[in-house]
Write a protein of this length. Structure first.
Length: 263
C-alpha cells in the first residue's frame, strides 16, 4: 500500500493526482470503507493483477491435402458427417468445414462454416464426427464460425479446408450433385470443382462426386492400408453406400488402420 489521506480521493488534489498516476501505471484505488460515504479515515491504492491470457497453440505441422477426408454425410435430419485422419494431426490445428459451394476461385457465401480446433493430437486412422449436438470429443472442440450449417437433401457439398475463406488451403471436397465446370452459376445446392482438389498440380485427387441429389452417403470400402491406398479408395464412389431413405450412423464408425507409406 502507498499513500494515504483523511478525505475522499476526489476532494484531495494530492491524492487525486496520485490516483490518476496510479491508473496510468496499472494500479487501482481501493479502500477499506468508501470514504465518500464518510465511514473511513484512510484511502490507499494497490496494484491491479494483470489479466490471464490463454496461450495460443501452434501446431508442429500443418495439414495437407491427403491427410483428412470425409467418410459419411447425412443430409436427412439431423444433419451429420464423419471424417478420418489419414495422417497424425497436431494440437493447435484448426480444421474448417463448410457447405458453401465453390464459385470458380472462392467460396460463395450465405451458408455455414464450422471449425474443429484440435486440443489433443489425433492419431492417423482416427475417426470423429459432427452431429450438431456433441460439440466436444477426445480430440477437440466444434464451433460454429458463421452462418447456418445445414446439408440440403436436394443436393449439397462438404468442403474441408484450413486458413481463411479468401485464400483457403483446400483438403477435401464431397458433393451430392454433379460438379460444375469453372465459370458456372453456383447455387446453394451446387458447386464448381476447385482445381486445387484435382490432381493437376500434385497428382492427388481429393474430391468425390455423387449425382442426383442423393441424401446420405457413407464410405464402405477397406479401412486397412497405407495412406495412399485408403485415399485412393475414398475418392472412388464405388466404395460408398448411398441412400435417400436411410441415415448412416456416424457415431459408430470404426477407426482405420493406416500403415506407413513405403518410401
Amino acid at each position: 500500500k502507498r499513500g494515504g489521506g483523511t478525505s475522499c480521493i476526489n476532494s484531495d488534489p494530492v491524492l487525486w493526482n496520485s490516483f490518476n498516476t496510479a491508473i496510468n501505471n496499472d494500479v487501482s484505488p481501493c479502500w477499506e470503507h468508501d470514504p465518500c460515504l464518510g465511514s473511513s479515515t484512510q484511502c490507499y491504492w494497490c496494484p491491479v493483477s494483470p489479466p490471464t491470457i490463454s496461450p495460443t497453440l501452434s501446431p508442429d505441422s500443418i495439414i495437407e491435402k491427403g491427410d483428412i477426408a470425409a467418410i459419411a454425410f447425412n443430409s436427412d435430419n439431423p444433419d451429420s458427417f464423419a471424417v478420418v485422419a489419414l495422417a497424425n494431426i497436431d494440437v493447435g490445428n484448426k480444421i474448417k468445414f463448410t457447405d458453401n459451394g465453390w464459385d470458380t476461385d472462392k467460396f460463395r457465401t450465405g451458408e455455414g462454416i464450422l471449425t474443429f480446433t484440435v486440443t489433443n493430437s489425433i492419431p492417423s486412422g482416427s475417426v470423429w464426427f459432427y452431429n450438431g449436438e456433441i460439440m466436444e470429443n477426445d480430440y477437440g472442440i466444434w464451433n460454429s464460425v458463421s452462418g447456418s450449417f445445414g446439408l440440403s437433401n436436394s443436393g449439397d457439398q462438404l468442403f474441408i479446408y484450413t486458413g481463411d475463406e479468401i485464400n483457403p488451403t483446400l483438403l477435401f471436397g464431397l458433393t451430392t450433385t454433379e460438379w460444375l465446370p469453372s465459370g458456372s452459376t453456383v447455387t446453394t445446392t451446387t458447386s464448381v470443382l476447385p482445381e486445387a482438389l484435382t490432381n493437376s498440380n500434385d497428382g492427388i485427387t481429393a474430391y468425390i462426386e455423387f449425382t442426383g441429389g442423393i441424401d446420405n452417403v457413407m464410405y464402405s470400402g477397406s479401412n486397412n492400408g497405407t495412406n495412399n491406398e485408403i485415399f485412393t479408395y475414398l475418392v472412388n464412389n464405388t466404395h460408398w453406400e448411398t441412400s435417400s431413405s436411410i441415415r448412416y450412423d456416424v457415431e459408430t464408425i470404426d477407426d482405420f488402420n493406416i500403415y506407413i507409406n513405403p518410401t
